[in-house]
Design a binder for this molecule. Structure first.
Ligand SMILES: [Zn+2]
Ligand SMILES: [Zn+2]
Length: 162
């Protein structure tokens, strides 16, 4: 299947992502403050799934006046404007996932370590669309989460470098 057939918002520079979010926040009528910029900037730089608490720890190192409540409100704002998604990987606290700049993706969760692997698969997306069509639907959105345990590999000839 030919790639690049559809436009993705992937490969955006962090600064571009930040300015896009800034525009969207202002369009929403919400003030763009230094604290919001620090929170969102850190989240973009980290480029991984973070709970509000984890993000708060990180931004507090830069600005001790940023409260957990401000972090939480800011992250929920990102979700509201469609720039981030809230994921519940392990049942406990929600992780925030930047969706802008990353494109559509899904997650494979290692149930032992909690490690989260992001994946994309065009064939799977096509199959899902076909299934929905068979029932007379077009997919509006979908959630796919795979929960896995590592496959025990037979001893490798050369030691993996980790
Ligand atoms: Zn993700
Ligand atoms: Zn998908």
């Amino acid at each position: 299947m030919a790639d690049g057939a559809h436009a993705h918002d992937e490969d955006m520079e962090p600064a571009e992502i930040l300015s896009t979010i800034q525009r969207a926040v202002r369009a929403r009528g919400v003030r763009w403050t230094g604290q919001r910029e620090a929170i969102i900037g850190t989240f973009i730089d980290q480029d991984r799934h973070l709970t509000a608490e984890e993000l708060h720890q990180l931004v507090r190192a830069q600005d001790a006046t940023i409260s957990a409540a401000t972090v939480y409100r800011t992250m929920n704002l990102l979700v509201e404007i469609g720039m981030a998604a809230k994921r519940h990987f392990n049942g406990d606290s929600a992780s925030f996932d930047l969706t802008i700049g990353k494109g559509h993706h899904h997650h494979l969760i290692d149930v032992d370590s909690g490690r989260i692997i992001e994946f994309k698969n065009d064939e799977m997306e096509a199959i899902l669309a076909t299934i929905a069509e068979q029932y007379g639907y077009r997919i509006a959105c979908h959630k796919i989460e795979l929960f896995g345990v590592p496959i025990d590999e037979p001893p490798a000839k050369s030691a993996p470098d980790e």
